[in-house]
Design a protein around this ligand. Structure first.
Ligand code: 3PG
Length: 351
């Protein structure tokens, strides 16, 4: 899939609105996994190096159009201030047109969580106009949210010259290869709790993958396994907080027979705060299924792809990230792309 490349855009003396993956895990105001933010740095550098200015657009969590202080992008603004070495102590909220945000220095600003505004998720045309007024060029470098028809992903791109960021293009290129020519058999492991996003994807994934393994909260909702023999739904424990060890064993025996493994979503209510103590993992009971699955996938000789905020943070804490061949920033977006869906955030860049 060819997308217009931000590296070919004329950005000198222009302000580029850059949609990034800012939906990172935050605990007590601290970012606990910054891989999604790091993924956006190449685009930021490319624009700044060519004399452009940047306004970073993003979201955190699901505040549903309300201001939720725990979901402020302040930690993200601080992270960029530190990365760009501009000092982060004095960041103050200031106005950018109709929006709140932080000016990191004269060339880089970060807007507050766009999902604090109801127009963002509705892809409200008025909201898109307000956003578009802040710059002259738009870039999407947020693969993880490209399956959402939101203002900062779609609406704004219809109003400004639009381009794909560096990381977005890498994601699309790797996942395109996998979609068109996967080494078979291919197994897709789907877990997590975002029912409305993932349940329909199980059905589309059945058509593409040789096996689909379902765990996490969605395992309690999915009831189609007796119809399609490709789908194996894990059994949850009595509390419904984790997939049983027996199910993980069945999952791993299928995984070990496959040449490609794609994984998104934890198997249970994971405790992302677990610590690694002198090479021994100290995790709570409901993280066990995910720990065993991660260890098992890491050992498989298949081509291994993993994606999604929680899942990527989890393997990072387990020290297993480098066992995977590709770590996607996207969770639902990765699954949607691999199931052959057209992602609205990519389609709009091609028009
Ligand atoms: C993600 O974490 O997958 C993206 O940030 C999208 O989040 P959403 O499912 O809340 O739209």
């Amino acid at each position: 899939m060819m997308l217009p490349d931000i590296r070919t855009a004329d950005v000198e003396n222009k302000t580029v609105l850059v949609r990034l993956d800012t939906d990172v895990p935050v605990e007590n105001g601290q970012i606990t996994d910054d891989s999604r933010l790091k993924a956006g740095l190449a685009t930021v550098a490319s624009v700044l190096d060519r004399g452009g200015k940047i306004v970073i657009l993003g979201h955190l969590g699901r505040p549903d159009g309300e201001v939720v202080s725990a979901l402020s992008l302040a930690p993200v603004a601080k992270w960029f201030a530190e990365k760009l070495r501009v000092g982060s102590e004095k960041l103050e909220v200031i106005k950018f047109g109709d929006f709140d945000g932080w000016k990191l220095h004269e060339n880089v600003s970060v807007l507050e969580n766009l999902r604090f505004y109801s127009g963002e998720e509705k892809n409200d045309p008025e909201f898109a106009i307000q956003l578009a007024k802040l710059g002259q060029v738009y870039t999407n470098d947020s693969f993880a949210v490209s399956h959402r028809e939101h203002c900062s992903v779609v609406g704004i791109a219809t109003l400004l010259p639009h381009f794909a960021g560096v990381r977005l293009q890498e994601e699309v290129s790797v996942l395109d290869g996998l979609l068109n020519n996967p080494k078979r058999p291919m197994v897709v492991v789907i877990g997590g709790a975002k029912m409305e996003t993932k349940l329909p994807l199980i059905t589309t994934m059945e058509k593409i993958a040789d096996h689909v393994l379902v765990g996490g909260k969605i395992a309690s909702e999915y009831r189609n396994s007796d119809i399609n023999p490709k789908v194996l739904v894990g059994t949850l424990n009595a509390e419904g907080t984790d997939v049983t060890e027996e199910s993980i064993e069945k999952f791993l025996s299928i995984i070990n027979s496959c040449a490609t493994v794609v994984w998104n979503g934890p198997m249970g209510v994971i405790n992302s705060k677990f610590k690694i103590k002198s090479s021994e993992l100290n995790f709570d009971e409901s993280s066990k299924g995910t720990v065993l699955l991660a260890q098992g996938i890491a050992k498989s000789s298949a081509y291994k792809v993993v994606g999604g905020g929680d899942t990527v943070e989890f393997i990072q804490r387990m020290g297993l990230t480098d066992k995977f061949d590709f770590v996607s920033t996207g969770g639902g977006a990765m699954l949607a792309f691999l199931s052959g869906e057209n992602l609205p955030g990519l389609e709009v860049l091609r028009t």
